[in-house]
Design a protein around this ligand. Structure first.
Ligand SMILES: NC(=O)c1ccc[n+]([C@@H]2O[C@H](COP(=O)([O-])OP(=O)(O)OC[C@H]3O[C@@H](n4cnc5c(N)ncnc54)[C@H](OP(=O)(O)O)[C@@H]3O)[C@@H](O)[C@H]2O)c1
Length: 270
């Protein structure tokens, strides 16, 4: 039934922001499905260990420098990727950052950092890669969104605006580029512990609060994203475009209880 549907052999996937965190998990999952990789970081030396890991899987991994806040860097990276491999089949637009603050304290520079990185950066990386995908009549673009693409969270105003923008951008680009054989989807993770948010997980109360709101009763583990990224990168999703796939343990259901929970010993008190 699934013959070849999830097989990425012979394809090249470019993963931005692959020096750590979810970017490495996306890259690893795609490599295990057969893809060779191009991986990026602002500091190319930070990719050395991950490149070795991917090569040990029997796949190629080419490290390139990329700062998504720098137009020239995006153009140089796209040209270098094309020179190195010819065709890039899959783009995972993963590079991103966050500033976590009450909205009343957000500065002009905070806003620009988050929006320039997550939204403007995602668009111009996608544009550079899509211009080349058009020539081949094929492409899979996976923009990384977030549960904040669809939900409001206090303390995450610029981040939520950027991720809501990524979801909207995904729909617009899907409509624009479908005629060229390019699908554009948004993979939206829920809460996964990485460098970006590890400080939150130091609070036992916060973790309990979070888990209480997740129907599957645990935060995400990076491998929970493997199936979704391979699906969106592969032939299996050939008729799926413009969509946001939330991989979040169900937190985007709203996760509010409509009934009051009885205390555990309620029966004994009668
Ligand atoms: N962790 C979660 O729960 C979660 C949930 C939903 C969405 N996300 C999103 O998923 C992505 C990965 O998250 P993560 O938790 O793995 O974050 P992370 O550990 O902070 O990693 C972020 C990556 O983005 C790269 N990056 C940051 N600014 C960049 C810039 N200006 N130009 C190029 N690359 C840049 C970093 O690379 P260098 O520093 O090496 O350049 C790094 O590899 C982010 O976009 C994040 O917002 C995360």
């Amino acid at each position: 039934m699934s013959d070849g549907l999830f097989d990425l052999s012979g394809q090249v996937a470019l993963v931005s922001g692959a020096s750590r965190g979810l970017g490495q998990h996306f890259g690893r999952a795609l490599a295990k499905a057969g893809a060779d990789l191009i991986v990026t970081s602002r500091k190319v030396d930070d990719l050395t260990a991950f490149v070795a890991e991917i090569e040990a899987l029997g796949r190629k991994a080419i490290p390139l420098e990329l700062d998504v806040r720098d137009q020239g860097s995006i153009e140089r990276m796209a040209a270098a990727a094309e020179a190195a491999v010819g065709q890039v089949h899959i783009l995972v637009n993963n590079a991103g950052c966050n500033v976590r603050k009450p909205a009343l304290d957000v500065t002009w520079d905070d806003w620009n950092l988050v929006l320039d990185t997550n939204l403007r950066g995602s668009f111009f990386v996608a544009q550079q890669m899509a211009r080349r995908m058009v020539k081949h009549g094929y492409g899979r673009i996976i923009n990384i969104g977030s549960v904040t693409s669809v939900f409001g969270y206090s303390g995450l105003a610029p981040y939520g605006a950027s991720r809501g923008g990524v979801r909207q951008l995904t729909m617009s680009l899907a409509d624009d580029w479908g005629k060229y054989g390019i699908t554009v989807n948004c993979l939206a993770p829920g809460w996964f512990k990485t460098e970006q948010n590890k400080v939150l997980y130091e609070s036992k109360e916060w973790v309990e609060y979070l888990v209480d709101r997740i129907p599957l009763k645990r935060p995400g583990q990076a491998h929970d994203l493997d199936g979704a990224v391979v699906f969106l990168a592969s032939e299996a999703s050939r008729y799926v475009t413009g969509q946001t796939l939330l991989v979040d343990g169900g937190i985007s259901t709203g996760a509010m209880r409509a009934t009051v929970q009885a205390p555990a010993n309620a029966d004994k008190e009668k």
